[in-house]
Design a protein around this ligand. Structure first.
Ligand SMILES: CCCCCCCCCCCCC/C=C/[C@@H](O)[C@H](CO)NC(=O)CCCCCCCCCCCCCCC
Ligand SMILES: Nc1ncnc2c1ncn2[C@@H]1O[C@H](COP(=O)(O)OP(=O)(O)OP(=O)(O)O)[C@@H](O)[C@H]1O
Ligand SMILES: [Ca+2]
Length: 555
C-alpha cells in the first residue's frame, strides 16, 4: 500500500467539467472524482482512475488560442465555449490502457488547473518521475521488411507505430530492407550498435530471426567467442529487441506479448519492458547452421515448410494448404534422437501451469543455470554435459519437434508445447512416432482443443538442454548392420525403396524447419542457451482475478 508521505503532488484539478482529487506518487498517478455531498449516492459512485507511472507514455502541455487549444505537436483542437472559461491551463497525460485479449491502447486524459504555475508544476513533476525510469529506450534502430506477411509492414509502421514513438520522445533510425538478410548482414558488420538502446523489426518470425542472427553473431565476434563451436558458452546480447508484428505467423510476438497487435508491441517498447528468452544453437559437424527460438521441426513441420515455400505468393494461407497436403501424404522418417534431459529444474512439459509475465519457473531455472555456469567456469569445464546422462531413442517418426517456447499462435492458441517456457534454459522435445492417419489427426486436432496432445501412446515429450538427431541413412555401417539383424526382411525392402524412390515409398529424409527456415543439413546438434537475448516485452499478462491491493483506488 502506498504511504501518503511518498506523495509527490496532490491537487484539485478538473477533467472536462468535473472536479477530481489528483495525486502523483513515485509509482502512481490517481484521479478520484470529488464527492461534493457527504450523502450517499447509489447511482453516482465516486469514480477513481489510477495509472502506474511506469505505464505513462508522456505528458504534454495544452495551449489555448482563439477558442482552440494547441497541442505540442502543433495540431489544434477546438474547445467548447463552456469549457473555455475553465480551460486556461491544461495538460494531457498519455498512458497505457488494457483492452481485451492482451491488447494495449494509448489512452489520454486532460487535466485543467486553476493557474499556469500549478499546471507547469504538474507537467514537470510527471516528467521528473518518468526520467527516473532508466529502462526506457531513447534511440532505436528499426528494420522494416516491406514484403513480410500481407506486405503491410511499411504502412503499419508509418501509421500506427511512428506517431507513438514521436509522442513518447523515442528517436529512430529506420532502414527499409531491400533484400532478404539485409537486416542480418547490416547488424553483423555495419550497424553502429553503441548508438542505440534497442533494435526493432517490423515483420514476421523470419524478420525476427534475421535480427537475432545478426545480433548474436556480432556479440560473439565482439567478445571473442567462436560461434562455430557447439560447446562454447555464448555471450548474452545487451541490446533488447522489439517486434512490430507484420508477418504470417508472428509466433514469437504471440508467445511474448499474447497478441499480434502493432500498437500493443509499440507500447511495450516505449515503456521499456524486458523479457529474457532462450535461444537454441544448431550445429552440424562443428559448423554453425542457425539459431532457433521457437520451433525446430523435422518430418511434418519440415515438409509443410518446404512445400509452402513454393506457394509464397498465397500469403499466410500457404501453410494451411501445405499442412493439409502433408497430412494426406503421411510420410514418416527413420533416425536416432539422443538427448540430455534437463535436471534440477522445476516444471515439466505436462504441467497445467503456463509461462506468464513474471514466470517463477523461468526465474528459478534461469538462476540455477547461471549458478551452474559459474561453478563450471571455476571447475574449468566448458560444457554442461556433466549434469546428466545422454539418452537415445531410435525409431520411425512422423514428426520430431523441439519447442523452446509454447509456439502459441492463432492456428493453435495453446501451441505445440503449451507448458514450455520462454526463458527456462530448456526445449521440449516432442516425438510423434509412426501411427495411422486417424491417430495423427487426433494428435493435430488436440492442438486446437483442451485435450492433451501428448496423452497418446505414439507421442512422447521430454524437457531437454541439448539433443542430437541422426537420420537413418547417415548412421554408421555397424548401426545399419544391427538394424538389419533386428528386422532383416523389412530393412531390405526399405533399402530398396531408398535406392529407388520412384517406387512410391516414403523418402528417406525430411528437412528441419528452423523457425520457418529450411536447414541445409539433417544431422544436427542442438543446444539451448538460457536467456541469451532480451525482448521489449513482459510475457503474457494474466487477467486480474482479485482486487489489486496496491491500487490506491481499491483502498
Ligand atoms: C485439423 C487442424 C489441425 C491444426 C493443427 C495446427 C497445429 C499448428 C501448430 C502451429 C505451430 C506453429 C509453430 C511456429 C513456427 C514458426 O517458427 C515458423 C515461423 O513463423 N512458422 C512455420 O514454420 C509455419 C508452420 C505452420 C504450420 C501449419 C500447420 C498446419 C497444419 C494443418 C493440418 C491440416 C490437417 C487437416 C486434416 C483434415
Ligand atoms: N526487402 C526484402 N525483400 C525480400 N525478402 C525480404 C526482405 N526483407 C526481409 N526479407 C525476408 O522475408 C522473409 C519473410 O519475412 P517475414 O518474417 O517478415 O514475413 P513472413 O514470412 O510473412 O512472416 P512469418 O515469418 O511470421 O511467417 C524473411 O525470411 C526475411 O529474411
Ligand atoms: Ca525454453
Amino acid at each position: 500500500m502506498e504511504r501518503p508521505s511518498r506523495l509527490v503532488l496532490l491537487s484539485e484539478l478538473r477533467v472536462r467539467n468535473t472536479t477530481y482529487d489528483v495525486s502523483l506518487s513515485r509509482s502512481q498517478l490517481t484521479w478520484k472524482r470529488r464527492v461534493s455531498s457527504p450523502v450517499y449516492h447509489p447511482f453516482r459512485p465516486s469514480v477513481c482512475h489510477s495509472v502506474s507511472v511506469s505505464e505513462i507514455i508522456s505528458v504534454r502541455e495544452e495551449e489555448e488560442e482563439n477558442g482552440s487549444r494547441r497541442r505540442e505537436d502543433g495540431s489544434w483542437k477546438k474547445i467548447k465555449e463552456r469549457e473555455e472559461k475553465d480551460c486556461r491551463q491544461a495538460f494531457t497525460v498519455l498512458y497505457v490502457e488494457r483492452c481485451r485479449q492482451h491488447r494495449w491502447r494509448c489512452a489520454e486524459v486532460t487535466f485543467t488547473c486553476s493557474d499556469g504555475p500549478l499546471c507547469q508544476h504538474w507537467i514537470s513533476s510527471i516528467r521528473e518521475q518518468l526520467a527516473t525510469i532508466t529502462s526506457r529506450p531513447k534511440h532505436l534502430l528499426v528494420y522494416i521488411n516491406p514484403y513480410g506477411g500481407k506486405r503491410q509492414g511499411k504502412r503499419i509502421y508509418e501509421q500506427k507505430v511512428a506517431p507513438l514513438f514521436a509522442q513518447a520522445g523515442v528517436s529512430t533510425h529506420v532502414i527499409v530492407t531491400e533484400y532478404a538478410n539485409h537486416a542480418r548482414d547490416h547488424l553483423k558488420t555495419e550497424a553502429e550498435l553503441e548508438k542505440f538502446d534497442g533494435v526493432v523489426c517490423v515483420g514476421g518470425d523470419g524478420m525476427f530471426s534475421e535480427i537475432i542472427h545478426g545480433l548474436i553473431w556480432r556479440t560473439q565476434i565482439d567478445n571473442g567467442v567462436d560461434p562455430n563451436c557447439p560447446d562454447e558458452t555464448l555471450s548474452g546480447c545487451s541490446l533488447r529487441i522489439g517486434i512490430i508484428p507484420a508477418g504470417s505467423t508472428d509466433c514469437i510476438c504471440f508467445a511474448t506479448v499474447g497478441t499480434n497487435d502493432p500498437v500493443t508491441s509499440a507500447l511495450h517498447i516505449i515503456v521499456g519492458d524486458s523479457q529474457p528468452m532462450d535461444v537454441c544453437s544448431v550445429h552440424h559437424n562443428n559448423t554453425f547452421l542457425r539459431y532457433s527460438v521457437s520451433l525446430l521441426g523435422y518430418g511434418f513441420y519440415g515438409d509443410v515448410l518446404t512445400d509452402s515455400e513454393r506457394k509464397r505468393w498465397m500469403g499466410p494461407a500457404r501453410y494451411d494448404l501445405s499442412g493439409l497436403k502433408m497430412f494426406l501424404t503421411h510420410h514418416y522418417y527413420e533416425g536416432t534422437v539422443s538427448y540430455l534431459p534437463a535436471r534440477g529444474i522445476i516444471g515439466t512439459p505436462r504441467d497445467a501451469a503456463r509461462c506468464r509475465s513474471g514466470c517463477v519457473v523461468c526465474q528459478h531455472n534461469g538462476q540455477l543455470h547461471s549458478e551452474r555456469a559459474e561453478s563450471y567456469e571455476m571447475d574449468d569445464m566448458s560444457n554442461c554435459e556433466s549434469d546428466g546422462e545422454w539418452r537415445t531413442i531410435r525409431g520411425k517418426f512422423l514428426a520430431i519437434n523441439a519447442a523452446s517456447m509454447s509456439c502459441a499462435c492463432p492456428r493453435s492458441p495453446k501451441g505445440l508445447s503449451p507448458a514450455a517456457h520462454l526463458a527456462d534454459g530448456t526445449t521440449d522435445l516432442i516425438l510423434v512416432r509412426k501411427c495411422s492417419r486417424f491417430d495423427f489427426l487426433r494428435h493435430l486436432l488436440r492442438h486446437t482443443s483442451k485435450d492433451d496432445q501428448f496423452d497418446l501412446t505414439f507421442v512422447e515429450v521430454h524437457r531437454v538442454r541439448r539433443f542430437r538427431f541422426m537420420p537413418r541413412h547417415c548412421q554408421s555401417d555397424s548401426e545399419l548392420e544391427l538394424d538389419l539383424q533386428e528386422n532383416s526382411k523389412h530393412q531390405i525392402f526399405s533399402q530398396i525403396c531408398r535406392d529407388h524412390p520412384a517406387c512410391g515409398c516414403a523418402p528417406a529424409y525430411s528437412s528441419w524447419n528452423c523457425d520457418g527456415e529450411i536447414l541445409t543439413h539433417t544431422a544436427i546438434d542442438v543446444r539451448v542457451h538460457c536467456q541469451l537475448i532480451n525482448l521489449f516485452a513482459r510475457g503474457i499478462e494474466e487477467p486480474p482475478v482479485f482486487e489489486d491491493l496496491t491500487n490506491p483506488c481499491a483502498i
